[in-house]
Design a binder for this molecule. Sequence first.
Ligand code: P6P
Length: 338
Amino acid sequence: MSDMRTLGEFIVEKQHEYPSASGELSSLLSSIRLAAKIVNREINKAGLADITGAFGGENVQGEEQQKLDVYANEKFKAAMAARDQVCGVASEEEDDAVIFDTELGRNAKYVILMDPLDGSSNIDVNVSVGTIFSIYRRVSPIGQPATMEDFLQPGNRQVAAGYIIYGSSTMLVYTTGNGVHGFTYDPSIGAFCLSHENMTIPQDGKIYSINEGNYIRFPLGVKKYIKYCQENEPTDGRPYTSRYIGSLVSDFHRNMLKGGLYLYPSTAAYPSGKLRLLYECNPMAFIIEQAGGKASDGAQRIMDIKPTELHQRVPFFVGSTHMVEKVEEFLENFPDEE
Ligand code: P6P
């Protein structure tokens, strides 16, 4: 049950916890809150209005752009551009980083990277989708336009990260490095209300999320892990459960609440993994670590990877610490032949 503290009040209340807080980060989180409300409104009527059909364009991933992908991207970009908090935005829907080369933009302290509507192929079948965002303090000098080095920072330098899940209810979950907090949208008052303060993920779980259709090309260690789940029972004597929604934010959020592991290893179609390091894996890794969980590429901590390009992909294993460690153990003990 929410205690009626709204996201806006909570951001201000916690502002003192941000390093060198001077209000811009709070204001940036409020901009995200506004854009989330706007996108939520459109998603909730997607089935009614002609906005679910393919937009016809393709994003840099070669994926058909759904109209709501484009809509969400434009709304989040507009919310950022209208204020003085970010000097640039990188998005799954944009080939290159969008630099705000204006007086406001050049003097802004932060950059934001986002997947404006992850899992959007599920929209037409009414499966929940999500927005993922990641915020860094810029490293280039204030007063100048942002540069690529502002965007290619390792995940361990994030100052905030979060996701919005547009599901049976719409929630915004975020961290600024002081725990993870969840807010549920109450449309009757148009506010996100605190519903999950200090979220933590169970250290162990029995849910594993993976697209087993890619099994034949999984690394041997992943095949061994899946076999392990099929042939062993967790401590409570009941079997593991395979749950895969096909929407990262949805699988991730369920695992946050119940315990579990999301796996997207290298596959035939995605030899480096499908998930993008900068605006999917890093923000989710920040959140999961703040909630007591773990995120790796199978060998190293996701947030320690030094990015080399904006849309780079990595294998992704994220969730309950003991489950991530188990799959890492199988990958180490059963390496693929070179
Ligand atoms: P597949 C959605 O496109 C996404 O990026 C994640 O949200 C989701 O978990 C995954 O890809 C689904 O990919 O190959 O299993 O359809």
